[in-house]
Write a protein that binds this ligand. Structure first.
Ligand SMILES: Cc1cc2nc3c(=O)[nH]c(=O)nc-3n(C[C@H](O)[C@H](O)[C@H](O)COP(=O)(O)OP(=O)(O)OC[C@H]3O[C@@H](n4cnc5c(N)ncnc54)[C@H](O)[C@@H]3O)c2cc1C
Length: 430
């Protein structure tokens, strides 16, 4: 009997966890392959929800998928570790396991994880373009830990605001969907917090949204960008477009024209770049922002045994000449594509080409408003607005949850969330 093929997936985000779950169910349970997921955290969150965790209007403990539990339920193994390097000749991923060694509490020694196929799904991070002071003074909204940091700082200021009439300044750099959604959600949180003993808090909460381009939401039609700007301004957000940030310090941002925007809490939500670990992998082809260049079968261009998908993969669609966007939508489609064609990429033969289908984009401004454009693959195209756009945004998450948790646990979890929503405060108070 031959040993089962060893498939190692590094990164349990949108793409990696869907793929591990599907392969665990189809190949892991039956012993046709051993499927191992490696991630440096213990649970998965749907990244497009990070702004609600930062504002405190959603609770991360209710919206996480624990990797160990998911592995047990779906037929794969989970290893909590940080990818450090790859020995491509030996087909080994070198990882640093999480946890500490007793009695000296020193780090555990590195582990060498052998693979026949290695799938990299490491995601991306915000790109500060080397702007001075940003790495020291700003929080990038990249992962759950950074969203929790923003929330903890907000909570501290909100607590202080119960006793002092100080102003709180918060500024967000990046007028894409992330920055716009975060600004609206923070305004909602401040309004909700006012009900708990600080009625003047919303007036003392100064929020600026800074964008270097001529308008917000560059990926959306002009009409949607204008409407989003108006909504934010009506909410009291200081929307600055055409404003280039040249530096950050403890007290705020410095703009190219020499002016300043004062802010105690500074969030960087602009640009995308590949994780640093990819730069340490030798001999591989990279895109302008450091992603691993892949062919249309999602194999990296210089090694048939390694595939990349999601934000860390640089793929140009040959038909359109356009780069596939770094979105949850593309990551999800790629994971399903690899799950469908697993036999092809586990052999050395050709893998059917991945074709990105643009199903549109939605931007949701908390409870206030929302807009969406439907791609031609969704009812032939069109627009969404208001409640329908907000529902569409929420449904994307529920669809993701359904594909991970299955037809019983998925809807049950949604039901429990809805009950929780009815009985819990609308904003975190802990
Ligand atoms: C605030 C925010 C809002 C967004 N909103 C939307 C939206 O509305 N619609 C949309 O389509 N897209 C949105 N996106 C983009 C979307 O979230 C990403 O495109 C998507 O999550 C990419 O999926 P991924 O699987 O490639 O990576 P991720 O989901 O980022 O997952 C990467 C995983 O890799 C793990 N990892 C990273 N490095 C290592 C390492 N060295 N070792 C081990 N594990 C590692 C991480 O812990 C993580 O679990 C948003 C992004 C952000 C930040």
């Amino acid at each position: 009997m031959t040993d089962p093929l060893r498939i190692v997936i590094v990164g349990g985000g949108v793409a990696g966890l869907i793929l591990a779950t599907r392969l665990g169910r189809s190949h892991g349970r039956s012993g046709r392959a051993s499927v191992t997921l490696v991630d440096r955290s213990l649970s998965h969150v749907w990244k497009p929800m990070l702004h609600t965790f930062a504002a405190g209007t959603a609770r991360p403990d209710r919206q996480q998928v624990n990797f160990l539990a998911q592995a047990k339920a779906s037929g794969f193994s989970f290893l909590a570790a940080d990818l450090d390097g790859i020995d491509r000749d030996a087909r080994v991923a070198v990882v640093r396991p999480l946890g500490r060694r007793e009695p000296d509490r020193g780090p555990l020694p590195p582990l060498r994880v052998g693979y026949d196929r290695l799938v990299l799904a490491l995601g991306s991070r915000a790109n500060d373009f080397g702007t001075p002071g940003v790495s020291d003074h700003c929080v990038a909204i990249d992962d759950l830990a950074s969203a929790q940091t923003i929330h903890a700082r907000l909570r501290d200021h909100a607590l202080a605001a119960l006793h002092h009439e100080d102003e709180l300044g918060l500024a967000i750099v990046g007028g894409g969907a992330t920055g716009v959604e975060l600004a609206a959600e923070l305004k909602r949180a401040a309004n909700l917090l006012a009900a708990y003993g600080s009625p003047s808090l919303p007036h003392r909460f100064r929020l600026a949204l800074i964008e270097s381009g001529p308008r917000l939401l560059a990926a959306f039609p002009d009409r949607i960008a204008q409407a989003a700007s108006e909504t934010l301004r009506d909410l009291g957000v200081d929307v600055r477009t055409g404003a280039m940030v040249t530096g950050a310090d403890a007290d705020g941002f410095i703009l190219k024209d020499g002016s300043r925007i004062e802010a105690r809490i500074k969030v960087w939500a602009a640009g995308v770049r590949a994780p640093d670990v990819l730069a340490r992998l030798e001999g591989l082809e990279r895109s302008r922002i450091g992603q691993l260049v892949v062919d249309e079968g999602l194999r990296i261009t210089r090694d048939l045994a390694i595939l990349a998908l999601g934000d860390c993969a640089g793929l140009v669609d040959r038909r359109t000449g356009k780069t596939v966007p770094a979105t949850a939508q593309a990551a999800t489609q790629q994971a399903h594509h690899l799950a469908r064609h697993v036999e092809a990429w586990c052999s050395d033969g050709p893998v059917p080409a991945f074709r990105y289908r643009d199903r549109g984009a939605i931007v949701s401004l908390a409870d206030y408003n929302g807009w969406g454009t439907l791609g031609r693959y969704t009812f032939g195209g069109g627009r969404l607005k208001g409640l329908f756009a907000r529902l569409g945004h929420a449904l994307l998450y529920r669809q993701h949850q359904l594909s991970l948790l299955g037809p019983v646990r998925g809807p049950l979890t949604w039901f429990v969330d809805s009950l929780d929503h009815l009985v819990s405060p609308p904003v975190r108070l802990d």
